[in-house]
Design a protein around this ligand. Sequence first.
Ligand code: S3P
Length: 173
Amino acid sequence: RKLMNSNKNIVFLGMMGSGKSSIGDLISKKLNIPFIDIDYLIEERAGISISKIFENKGEDYFRNLEEKITLKYLKKKKSVISLGGGGFINNNIRKVVLSDHFSFWLDWDKSVLLKRIRNSKKRPLASRSTDQEIKTIMKKRIKIYSKAQFKINCNTLTKIEIVKKIIEIYELN
Ligand code: S3P
């Protein structure tokens, strides 16, 4: 069963701090279609914050829950879906995203992301890693993120320009 383009979801992926949630929310409002934030749904299901999940139950538990919830919501049609930073790294999630949906990678320079991540308390992966470790994670992930259907180089763009670019691509496809 192949989805018609107009029924495909618009999926945002990329590192922590790349703006998946904030851009996703703006795009959903502009297109007037539902917005689904996977991190939020994971917290809602678990009843505790992502930091607490990592702390109390460990990363493997988090990754399992992330896979389950992400695959469930990817079955929706014509929604905007913001993945967690590790979502697209999961083989099962990536396969579905690439075969059935539009995927946008929000790409930024490592140094910009590092600064944003460092200022955040709600990112357990970042708070337990050194700058060098985070850069190593980024390097590994970039190879995988780059499989996305569309790459948006965000470095020189304003938020409004990023949104405009995504809408243009979406309407052409
Ligand atoms: C993670 C990113 C987070 C969240 C969790 C793990 C990651 O999402 O899912 O802390 O592995 O990159 P954001 O990218 O929305 O911060």
